[in-house]
Design a protein around this ligand. Structure first.
Ligand code: ASP
Length: 329
C-alpha cells in the first residue's frame, strides 16, 4: 500500500462552524478527519503532519519554504503528499511550490474545501478522498484537486467564492478528470535528476492593476530602489492607458531607469497576452516591458519571486520568465 503524508496548513477544511461564520480549530482536525472518513485507510497508509494552522490569507513565502522543507524531510519515506490548505491563496502556494520543488518525481496535491469538514453538506470529504487517491497515482508535479478535477498547480486559479467548483485552469486542460473513474489526461515530468528543495522567494515584486482613470502620480510614492519587478495586470491582450495624464508610459520609463523588470499579464483569465497586437502593447515593448504569455497572476508572481531569489541578472530573469520551467505557460 502506498504511503501518503497529509500535511495540514489550515483553511476552511480545518475550521469549525462558529455562529454565522467559521473559525480555525487546530485541536479537533485530525480526530474529525478519521471520524468522518474511516475508509481513508483503505486507500493508502496515511500519516498526518500538522505543519501550521492559518487562514490562507495570512500565508507568505516563509510558509511556502516550511512546506517545501517538510516535503524534503519526508521525501524518501512517502510516495505522495497531500496538503490541506485554504482555498483563497491555494493557487499561489501551489505555484510557488511548483517552482521550488525541483526534479519532483512524486505527486504533491493541494486540496481544501468550501465548507468545514464537520458541516453536513461539506465538500471536504470528497476533495480529501480524491486528493489522497490522486497522491497514490503516477503524477510528478504539484496539483490542485478540487471538486471533480486535478489541475496543474501553476495553471489553476480560484474562480468562485460560493460554488463547490471553486477552481479552474483557464489555459490548460486538467491533469485528471474525476468521475466514476479517475481519468488521467496529462502526466509529465519536467526534469529528471535528484530531487532538490530550491524554495527561496524574494519579496521585491509589486503587482499593479491597470484601471480606467488610474492616476500615475499615485505611483510616485513607490520606492523603485526596493522593487526589482512590477507585474502590470493589464486589460485584454496587454493593454493599458498610453494617452494623456493617465498614460503609464512614464512609469514604465522610470522602472527601466531603475533596472526594474515590468512584466505584463492580463486581467482576463482566458488566452494569452500578445504585446504585438495593439499600440499600447507595442509601446510597452518599446519601453522595456515583457509579456507574461498565458500565465496566471499566481504563476507570474511566484515565478518572479522565485527567479529574483535565485538570479541577479535582469536579462537572465527576463529570459527565464518568458520560458516554461514547470509547465506554467
Ligand atoms: N479563508 C479561507 C482560507 O483561504 C477560505 C477557504 O479555505 O476556503 O483559508
Amino acid at each position: 500500500m502506498k504511503k501518503i503524508l497529509l500535511i495540514q496548513t489550515g483553511g476552511t477544511i480545518a475550521m469549525n462552524a462558529k455562529g454565522a461564520g467559521v473559525e480555525l480549530d487546530p485541536e479537533s482536525w485530525s480526530k474529525v478527519l478519521y471520524k468522518e472518513i474511516p475508509e481513508l485507510s483503505d486507500i493508502a497508509e496515511i500519516a498526518t503532519f500538522p505543519l501550521f494552522f492559518e487562514d490562507s490569507s495570512d500565508l507568505n513565502a516563509t510558509h511556502w519554504t516550511q512546506l517545501a522543507d517538510c516535503i524534503e524531510q519526508n521525501y524518501d519515506t512517502y510516495d505522495g503528499f497531500v496538503i490541506l490548505h485554504g482555498t483563497d491563496t491555494m493557487a499561489y502556494s501551489a505555484s510557488a511550490l511548483s517552482f521550488g520543488l525541483k526534479n519532483l518525481s512524486k505527486p504533491v496535491i493541494f486540496t481544501g474545501s468550501q465548507l468545514p469538514m464537520s458541516t453536513i453538506r461539506s465538500d471536504a470529504r470528497r476533495n480529501l478522498v480524491n486528493a489522497i487517491e490522486l497522491a497514490t497515482m503516477d503524477f510528478k508535479e504539484v496539483g490542485i484537486c478540487f471538486n471533480d478535477a486535478l489541475y496543474r498547480g501553476n495553471r489553476a486559479t480560484k474562480l468562485s467564492i460560493g460554488d463547490f467548483d471553486a477552481f479552474g485552469s483557464p489555459n490548460f486542460s486538467p491533469l485528471a478528470d474525476i468521475g466514476i473513474q479517475i481519468e488521467t489526461r496529462v502526466s509529465e515530468q519536467f526534469s529528471s535528476g535528484k530531487f532538490e528543495n530550491k524554495a527561496k522567494y524574494s519579496d521585491e515584486v509589486f503587482v499593479l492593476t491597470a484601471h480606467p482613470n488610474l492616476n500615475p502620480e499615485l505611483l510616485d510614492g513607490l520606492n523603485l530602489e526596493k522593487i526589482r519587478a512590477v507585474i502590470l495586470r493589464a486589460f485584454g491582450s496587454g493593454n493599458f492607458c498610453i494617452k494623456g495624464k493617465n498614460s503609464l508610459l512614464l512609469f514604465l520609463d522610470k522602472c527601466r531607469k531603475n533596472n526594474v523588470i515590468v512584466a505584463i499579464v492580463s486581467q482576463a483569465d482566458f488566452d494569452s497576452v500578445d504585446l504585438t497586437q495593439y499600440t499600447a502593447g507595442r509601446a510597452a515593448l518599446k519601453h522595456g516591458a515583457i509579456g507574461g504569455n498565458d500565465m496566471t497572476l499566481e504563476a507570474a508572481l511566484t515565478k518572479l519571486m522565485f527567479l529574483l531569489a535565485h538570479y541577479d541578472s535582469k536579462t537572465d530573469i527576463e529570459a527565464l520568465f518568458q520560458k516554461s520551467i514547470v509547465g506554467e505557460l
